[in-house]
Design a protein around this ligand. Sequence first.
Ligand SMILES: [Zn+2]
Ligand SMILES: [Zn+2]
Length: 266
Amino acid sequence: MTELNFCSLSSGSSGNCYYLGNSDSGILIDAGISASLIRKYLNNIGIQIETITGILVTHNHIDHVKGLELLTRKDHIPAYTTRKIRQNILGSVKKMIPDSVRTIPMLESFRLAGLEILAFPVCHDAPETIGFHVCGGDRKITIATDLGHISPVAASYIRNSNFLVIESNYDEQMLSEGSYPRFLKARIRSDNGHLGNHQTSSFIAEIINDDLSNICLAHLSRNNNTPEIVLQTLHRTLAEKGVVPGDHLQIRVLDRSVPTGIIRVI
Ligand SMILES: [Zn+2]
Ligand SMILES: [Zn+2]
């Protein structure tokens, strides 16, 4: 695959769907908004739905599988996930056709749409959750959107990326002072919940290197975060740790409901 494009169709606690591919073929990572919106957004960026050869699924929470049943049944796009997540999806998504969900191994790469793809485990409060490390040509992309903390195995893939999509879910102070009940705050903060801005920023400061050219901060909470605070936190953390990002590094916050348009993976 020569050219490789990324697009975030939706990112956040209300729905996640990401595209990776080129004009010949591509994949989706999660389908957490309606199938009709996914079709519309792909169409808007000039991607034919027929070129989508598979949907990688990270876990069975509704913000990752909302449109999955229709896309697999009506558009005949197979889903790919681990055996355990497949069972969870078949148990929780109504009308899901078992044959439409194919099993992939954990930590072993497989090929789809000209890409080499590997699923790695992350810590989150679904029965099993995975992130994806994708190689296309000489580009390495890692997508990890729901993780309470970064385990050594997840870190090893994230560290080795040119293009990184990583969660920065909540601002610690907004969550503390917000109206969520105590149990929900604890769940979000837990090691199996979501990453806060400071956690994500500190980790990025640790792993940043010259090969990393794109960072997309993803899966923002509607109530406990803002794009401005996410960026401020990252820039401040990098400065505090004396990290000066290279000129080539692009940092962006993925909008919760507005697609990014095509981003060239370079
Ligand atoms: Zn999620
Ligand atoms: Zn989740």
